[in-house]
Design a protein around this ligand. Structure first.
Ligand code: GUN
Length: 287
C-alpha cells in the first residue's frame, strides 16, 4: 500500500483564504481589523524565523501585526508590564509570547499573565482547563491543525484507537484532549511507555510528537492507519542539512493509509490556525 500524502501546505492555504474572508467582513461590516501581537525575547535563531513568518502571514491575511522584540536580559517585570499593556489594548485581539523564554523568566507566570481571551496559543491555565472539561476555549494551534487534517481525511473519528506519542503541554496533552472530545479511545505514550511498538501497532490514528528524528518506523504502524507527524527535526544526511519528522517517512508511507510529510504537513497548519484563533478572539471580543 502507498499512503495518501496529506498536503498540509495546501490545507493551510485554504484555511488562510477563509481567514482572509472573515477579516474582510470584519473590516467592511464592523470597521474592525483583527490584530495579533507577537513578543520575542532574545535572539534564538529558530524563534526569529517563526516570529518573522507569523508577522508576514498575519499581514498577508489583512490583519494588523504588532511585533515586540525584547533583549535577552530584559527583566521579567518588564515583560509582564508589556503583556498588561497588550491585554488592555483594544487593537490587540491576540497575544503570543514566543517560547522558549530565557532561563531567568518563569514561562508559566508569563503565559498566565496573558488575558485568557487573547491567549491565541491556548496555553493559559484557564484555556487548558476549559479544553480539558470540553468547554469553549482557545485551542493550541498545532493540535488544532492536526485535528483539522484528521477530520478532513477520516470524517468521523468516533470509536477510533488513537495513540499520541509525546506528553508535552504544547502538543501531546491538548492533542489527547481533542481526540477524546472526538470520542476516540486515546493512549498517551511517552519515553517510559512499555512495548511502544505494540502500543503504536494497535492504533488507527498515530500522532508523533516526541521531537526525535525518524523514531517511528513503518513496521510499528498498523496497515491503513492515519499518521500525523508533528516532529520538525533538523539533521545532517549525505552532507546536507535536512528536515525530518518523528516518523520514518520512507518506510511508513508503504504501510499507512495516509501520512503528513515533513516539511509540508503539520508545520504550515500551525501558523494558519494561529491566524484563525486570532479572528476567533476578535469575533468573541466584539460579540
Ligand atoms: N515555540 C515553539 N512552538 C511554539 C508555539 O506554538 N507557540 C509559542 N508561543 N512558542 C512556540
Amino acid at each position: 500500500m502507498t499512503a495518501q500524502i496529506i498536503d498540509g501546505k495546501a490545507f493551510a492555504a485554504s484555511v488562510r483564504e477563509k481567514v482572509t474572508g472573515h477579516v474582510n467582513r470584519l473590516k467592511e461590516e464592523n470597521g474592525i481589523t483583527p490584530g495579533l501581537a507577537v513578543v520575542l525575547v532574545g535572539e534564538d535563531p529558530a524563534s526569529q524565523v517563526y516570529v518573522r513568518s507569523k508577522g508576514k502571514q498575519t499581514v498577508e491575511v489583512g490583519m494588523n501585526s504588532f511585533e515586540h522584540k525584547l533583549d535577552v536580559d530584559t527583566p521579567e517585570t518588564e515583560l509582564l508590564t508589556l503583556i498588561d499593556k497588550l491585554n488592555n489594548d483594544r487593537d490587540v485581539h491576540g497575544i503570543l509570547v514566543q517560547l522558549p523564554l530565557p532561563d531567568h523568566m518563569n514561562a508559566d507566570k508569563v503565559i498566565n499573565a496573558i488575558a485568557p481571551e487573547k491567549d491565541v496559543d491556548g496555553f493559559h491555565i484557564s484555556n487548558v482547563g476549559l479544553l480539558g472539561t470540553g468547554q469553549k476555549s482557545m485551542v493550541p494551534c498545532t493540535p488544532l491543525g492536526s485535528l483539522m487534517m484528521l477530520r478532513d481525511h477520516l470524517g468521523s473519528l468516533s470509536g477510533k484507537d488513537a495513540v499520541v506519542i509525546g506528553r508535552s503541554n504544547i502538543v501531546g496533552k491538548p492533542m489527547a484532549q481533542l481526540l477524546l472530545g472526538e470520542s476516540c479511545t486515546v493512549t498517551i505514550a511517552h519515553s517510559r511507555t512499555k512495548d511502544l511498538p505494540d502500543v503504536v501497532r494497535r492504533a488507527d490514528i498515530v500522532i508523533a510528537a516526541v521531537g526525535r528524528p525518524e523514531m517511528v518506523p513503518g513496521d510499528w504502524i498498523k496497515p491503513g492507519a492515519t499518521v500525523i507527524d508533528v516532529g520538525i527535526n533538523r539533521i545532517e544526511r549525505n552532507g546536507k542539512n535536512i528536515l525530518v519528522g518523528d516518523v520514518d517517512f520512507a518506510s511508513a508511507k508503504d504501510v499507512a493509509g495516509a501520512i503528513t510529510p515533513v516539511p509540508g504537513g503539520v508545520g504550515p497548519m500551525t501558523i494558519a490556525c494561529l491566524l484563525a484563533n486570532t479572528v476567533t478572539a476578535c469575533c468573541r471580543a466584539n460579540g
